[in-house]
Unconditional design. Sequence first.
Length: 129
Amino acid sequence: MKKFLPLQLQGFIAAGGLATLFHWLVMAALIGAGLEPTLATATGSVSGAALNYGLQRRLAFRNAGPHRFTLWRYVGSCFVAWLCNLVFFFLLNSFLELPVMLSQVITTGLVAALNYIVYQRLVFHEQTQ
């Protein structure tokens, strides 16, 4: 049977899916506790990113360079992804007035596509000596 997705992309989706689930759980708990949705998604995004680093190295980018290089590039990429998450969510939820869940689903898809490209080309690529 032929594989539909490359192994790296399968790992990226699995790791990202688990991290996204954690992001959404944190977000939902914070909204349930009364926090404004934009702040809740920003906090959830940071929580998911912390989990995602180890998952991405284990499941998708097994031949990544040493932590001393990849961790700092990952932190930088997370800052960009966090800003994108915040801006996309704000525009969809506050400006276009889409519901919270729809806004977050669309935002997650956009940020995930961006992350795959950034992780593959800048964060977890193999180091040459």
